[in-house]
Design a binder for this molecule. Structure first.
Ligand code: OGA
Ligand code: MN
Length: 287
């Protein structure tokens, strides 16, 4: 049953914690203001929203993304030839490594992390290639009051060096297999520092803001001191009941919130091709 408090489209929640599918919206048209406001409300409430059967040209994809804010051009992803603001997330049949294949939050290595991304499926494998999302509201809410209090004043350091920098490329298999899909390793030099618990800029809710992809340590702590607690938080954050899983079809579109979710792309479709177009939206500093 669709939710009755969304009236300009049908909204179907995927789990109790996050994710909703929206039916009855054509993103290729100019979305009316009242419908856009409901899409924004759904994004705030469910943290990741999905649309099916969208038929978008790159310009229509850009037009929808521009309704959310400025576009952030990711400095590591290869862009499509015709539109430098659209990044390509591609895996060829003969490639082994996929992009985003373990839990992470995009752009936490930036001091002003991107709001989220709009990922549009151009070609999908017949079987496999799903994406999982995890709710960082649920991850935070599930902690004890004692641990919440302990984490509250902490900050953490995030980096892109190990993922996109020169060290990542020194791993030979990585550079051969992923090297033509990512680039610009010399831009992976800056680190960022964020609160471990953020107050979400849209919902006002508290969310856990560390992630296995890019968080290096608690700021002011050593790596060794940080690791056990970070690992505990990472295990806690991926409890199955805090997650949802999206099965892509050609022309599906997802919009996720980096401040409230993690995601990972399953790498379970050897020999098949998967091609997604991604546009990323600029964010705000986190507090
Ligand atoms: C990304 C990413 C997931 C996927 O684009 O940031 O992690 O399923 N993609 O392709
Ligand atoms: Mn990602």
């Amino acid at each position: 049953m669709p939710r009755v408090d969304y009236t300009t489209f049908d909204l179907h929640p995927m789990t109790m914690t996050l994710g909703a599918e929206i039916h009855g919206v054509d993103l290729g048209l100019e979305v009316a203001e009242d419908q856009f406001n409901e899409i924004r409300r759904a994004f705030t409430e469910f943290s990741v929203i999905f649309f099916r059967d969208q038929h978008l040209t790159p310009d229509q994809h850009i037009a929808f993304a521009s309704r959310w804010g400025e576009i952030n051009v990711n400095r590591f992803f290869k862009a499509i030839d015709s539109h430098p603001v659209i990044a390509e997330v591609r895996k060829e049949p003969d490639q082994e490594t996929n992009i985003g294949g373990s839990w992470h939050t995009d752009h936490s290595y930036d001091q002003v992390p991107a709001t989220g991304s709009i990922l549009y499926a151009r070609q999908v494998p017949e079987i496999g290639g799903d994406t999982q999302f995890a709710s960082m509201y649920a991850a935070y809410d599930g902690l004890s009051d004692g641990l919440k209090r302990m984490l509250e004043p902490l900050r953490a350091t995030h980096s892109s060096r190990h993922a996109f920098g020169r060290t990542a490329y020194r791993i030979q298999q990585y550079s051969d297999d992923v090297g033509d899909r990512l680039g610009n390793p010399d831009a992976a030099t800056q680190d960022a520092d964020h609160p471990v618990v953020i107050q979400h800029p849209l919902s006002g809710r508290k969310a856990l803001y560390v992630n296995p992809g890019f968080t290096i340590r608690f700021s002011g702590w050593s790596d060794e001191e940080s690791r056990p607690l970070l690992e505990y938080l990472y295990r806690q954050a991926t409890k199955p009941e805090y997650t949802c899983r999206f099965h892509w079809q050609k022309n599906s579109l997802a919009l996720w919130d980096n401040r409230a979710t993690w995601h990972q792309a399953l790498n379970d479709y050897p020999g098949q091709r998967r091609l997604m177009h991604r546009i990323t939206i600029e964010g705000v500093p986190l507090e």
